[in-house]
Design a protein around this ligand. Structure first.
Ligand SMILES: C[S@@+](CC[C@H](N)C(=O)[O-])C[C@H]1O[C@@H](n2cnc3c(N)ncnc32)[C@H](O)[C@@H]1O
Length: 299
């Protein structure tokens, strides 16, 4: 893990492993997500920083209460984990796990700052959880299954650590319902290219629509599936989303990857960048990210 952290600091994120067709933006060849599309740039961290349990795990909160032991797998910087930890106080515990040390450090800092001494974070892989069988009441993830190539390997491991009757809860992207309105030029082409990048890295751009099926296949029962949006409706939100999309998708790292793999030319990318700015400056600009969400139980 230390070796990976050092590689991250070197910013050596653009070169796929020899013999691979993956379009790496963040390489971690030791993990079950060897090519993580989103990376850990400041731009992406700003998007994660807006999240909370209240806004991004509202479907789970009614199932939480004092004394429960909750796992947040693929917790990232822990912005959602904080509210999960709060929801099981007093007497409950939140365990967060992520493959990236820098994310775990951010989550630990957030827990210390918020006084959540029932929130514990560690590095690890979601397909090899460092926990005993039958030891959690609830296992939650947000925007994680969409990135891990082997979905059933994750779900089998989560099922192992859940107590009988325990709850699994996931909220994942529905890539076909990523909205930029009104339509500006071929901005939809940029969205389609992002989804191709995700798929090329072994991810699942439509995982939000597949949760019911993959939960069934993994042997969970009592599945409740639904969908919801994260929307960007105010002028401030539109500027934020523009700056995020511009700073992340049009970063030198991503542009190098998508041009090297022939997904788009630099001219096309420059056109998209202009269209995105035009969209931001359109009086009726609105954007939304669609997520599928599902809750089920271990029999
Ligand atoms: C899109 S971020 C979501 C973070 C957080 N759940 C949220 O929604 O704010 C996905 C996270 O999953 C982690 N991740 C991806 N594959 C993983 C794996 N195989 N094992 C552990 N963590 C993984 C990444 O490091 C990243 O922090």
């Amino acid at each position: 893990m230390q070796e990976h952290a050092d590689r991250t600091r070197d910013n050596d994120t653009t070169h796929p492993p020899a013999g691979s067709d993956q379009m790496n933006t963040q390489e971690n060849s030791e993990s079950s997500t060897p090519a993580y599309t989103m990376g850990y740039s400041d731009e992406f961290q700003k998007l994660l920083g807006r999240r909370s349990a209240e806004t991004h795990a509202a479907h789970l909160l009614p199932h939480l209460g004092p004394g429960l032991r909750v796992l947040d797998f693929g917790c990232g910087p822990g912005t959602i984990s904080m509210g999960l930890a709060r929801a099981v106080e007093p007497g409950g515990e939140l365990q967060g796990i992520d493959m990236e040390e820098s994310q775990v450090e951010m989550a630990r800092a957030a827990a210390a700052a918020g006084g959540h001494d029932n929130a514990i974070f560690q590095t690890g892989d979601v397909t090899a959880l460092p926990f005993d069988d039958d030891s959690f009441d609830v296992a939650h993830c947000h925007a994680v299954l969409m990135h891990v190539p082997d979905t059933q390997a994750v779900l089998a491991e989560v099922k192992r650590v859940l107590k009988p009757g325990g709850i699994i809860c996931a909220r994942e992207l529905i890539g076909d319902a990523l909205i930029f309105a009104p339509e500006v030029g071929d901005l939809a082409g940029a969205v389609a290219t992002f989804l191709k990048l995700l798929a090329a890295n072994g991810g699942h751009p439509q995982m939000g629509t597949e949760l019911k099926r993959v939960f069934l296949e993994a042997g969970f029962s009592g599945i409740q599936a639904g969908a919801s949006f994260e929307s960007f409706g105010t002028t401030e939100d539109v500027y934020f989303y523009h700056d995020f999309a511009s700073g992340w998708f049009f970063s030198p790292t991503i542009v190098e990857v998508i041009t090297r793999h022939g997904l788009a030319s630099r001219e096309q990318v420059d056109d998209w960048r202009r269209m995105l700015a035009e969209w931001r400056d359109t009086p009726g600009a609105f954007a939304a990210i669609a997520y599928g969400e599902a809750i089920a139980r271990k029999p």
